[in-house]
Design a binder for this molecule. Structure first.
Ligand SMILES: Cc1ncc(COP(=O)(O)O)c(C=O)c1O
Length: 479
């Protein structure tokens, strides 16, 4: 039954398309997330018997129904969460094509079209960041975490060429790196994975706006050098996960230049701002970064996972990852095209770039620019509506990520109260928001707008729901 005949295949595809379209059409009227028992879920999956196959139609319906029932619906227009997009239809179609054609992007030889499309995308987007296409290299990754890991590895090899062959024990001392206290945890994870250990990550203090303090960075570098450690890498976060805050890019670039550190920009989400002329100035200085990461599967509305790593050191990926193997097909060298497996962590690799390519073919830069501008407008609308309803905004960012507390009384910024409000919203199913702590200690509610189907009415409804949740919880004495 692995080989279906043509009628069976077409019937199966009809079912898949019907399932996807029904999901998209009905989702706005459905809860963003539903309560369910873990036991019920385990029992449902546990009762599946692979000795009794289903028909293709039954199998597709089972999967689509289960996905409808047992997940947080991140494509929902009122999902205001953690940078998970509603994928654009063109990029969903691209992923289906990729699954069917199964292009192998380990080598240029097996998939010249995929390699050339990805090369073109990497250069085109790097150019938007201000890199010159001739000096740009880069690769698609599974996501931001792999891209940050790639950045750390390339910086290590650049600073300590002996690391590639001899590992950390070939070095004279312990390398250390710098990130703000608000940076993404994948930086620490990458430090562990590189063998540096999480303690090699120096957490640089942030100012009241949660931005890295460049003077503190310099002081920490000098303290570390005085102790005989080896500073080599600093990351500026361009749109922090918690609060969308943009580190002072040029000032950090100056420190990196003065102290001879590799300067990395983690623009996993906020990097999309370079596509909008009015926002580009907030990222001034990013073109000075030695490496940049940016995820299409965040603000560019592609399905997961589609990360990108860019560098303006054209040979560093090769120096970091190249290992040739006799069994791998060759043929790319004579045409000046590099094999992806020699320039990334992955060997067998999915054609990640097609979902961005198809979406760009259909929407164009202009389509993306319009979407991002609309999100920024909705972020401003949300801030103004919240302010008018006695919520206090606590983060400062041009991006549509709003952190706020209840301003109706003295307990409005207490964590249990904010969590109760977020829980009330989530269990109502009317929207999905989260609570977090910024600056390590300040509890806030967090709303991020990045769904291409979200409209102004959704924002008005969210403020209404927040006010209602606050009233239901009560317990504030007026200030
Ligand atoms: C700033 C930042 N960097 C890196 C990542 C990791 O990206 P991914 O989840 O695609 O691995 C995230 C994820 O939210 C992020 O916000």
């Amino acid at each position: 039954m692995l080989t279906l005949d043509k009628n069976e295949r077409l019937a199966m595809w009809d079912r898949v398309i019907a399932g996807i379209e029904d999901y998209i059409d009905t989702l706005p009227g459905k809860p963003c997330a539903m309560e369910f028992g873990h036991k019920e879920l385990r029992d449902k999956i546990g009762s599946i018997d692979f000795n009794t196959p289903m028909t293709p139609a039954e199998a597709v319906d089972f999967a689509a129904d289960a996905l409808r029932e047992y997940q947080v619906h991140v494509p929902h227009p009122r999902y205001y969460g953690l940078f998970n997009p509603a994928p654009a239809t063109a990029s969903i179609a691209a992923d289906a094509l990729v699954a069917a054609f199964n292009p192998q992007l380990a080598t240029w030889h097996h998939n010249p079209i995929g390699c050339e499309i990805e090369r073109h995308l990497i250069r085109s987007i790097a150019e938007r960041f201000g890199y010159s296409p001739e000096e740009t290299d880069g690769s698609f990754t599974s996501g931001g975490a792999e891209a940050n890991h790639t950045a750390l590895l390339t910086a290590l090899v650049d600073a300590f060429p002996e690391y590639a062959a001899g590992g950390l024990r070939a070095l004279d001392s312990q390398p250390v790196l710098y990130a703000s206290a608000e940076s993404h945890h994948s930086i620490s994870k990458a430090a562990r994975l590189c063998g540096l250990g999480a303690e090699a990550v120096r957490s640089v203090p942030v100012d009241q706006a949660f931005r890295m303090i460049p003077d503190e960075l310099t002081k920490q570098i000098h303290r570390d050098r005085a102790e005989g450690l080896l500073p080599f890498f600093v990351v500026a976060t361009i749109g922090s996960t918690n609060a969308g805050v943009i580190d002072p890019i040029s000032a950090i670039a100056d420190v990196a230049r003065d102290e001879s550190l590799w300067f990395h920009a983690d623009a996993a989400w906020g990097g999309a701002a370079v596509l909008v002329p009015g926002l580009r100035s907030h990222l001034a200085g990013i073109e000075r970064a030695d490496s940049i990461i940016f995820d299409a599967h965040k603000w560019l509305a592609t399905p997961m996972g589609a990360g990108m790593y860019f560098t303006r050191h054209p040979d560093i990926l090769h120096r970091t990852f190249a290992l040739s193997a006799d069994y791998m097909p060759t043929g790319s060298r004579e045409i000046d095209a590099a094999d992806p497996y020699e320039r990334s962590m992955q060997c067998s690799r999915r054609f990640i770039g097609l979902k961005l390519f198809l979406s760009l073919l259909v929407a164009g830069w202009e389509g993306y620019e319009k979407m991002i501008r609309r999100h920024v407008e909705m972020g401003d609308l949300l801030r103004s509506r919240l302010g008018a309803s006695s919520w206090a905004i606590v983060n400062d960012t041009p991006l549509p990520l709003v952190c706020f507390v209840d301003d109706t009384g003295p307990c409005g910024d207490e964590e249990p109260r904010l969590k109760a409000i977020a829980d009330e919203i989530v269990t109502s199913g009317r929207a999905w928001i989260s609570s977090t702590r910024i600056g390590g200690s300040k509890p806030v509610l967090r709303v991020c707008i990045m769904n291409h189907r979200t409209v102004h009415d959704d924002i008005e409804a969210l403020v209404h729901d927040l006010n209602r949740a606050r009233d239901q919880i009560g317990g504030q004495n007026s200030k």
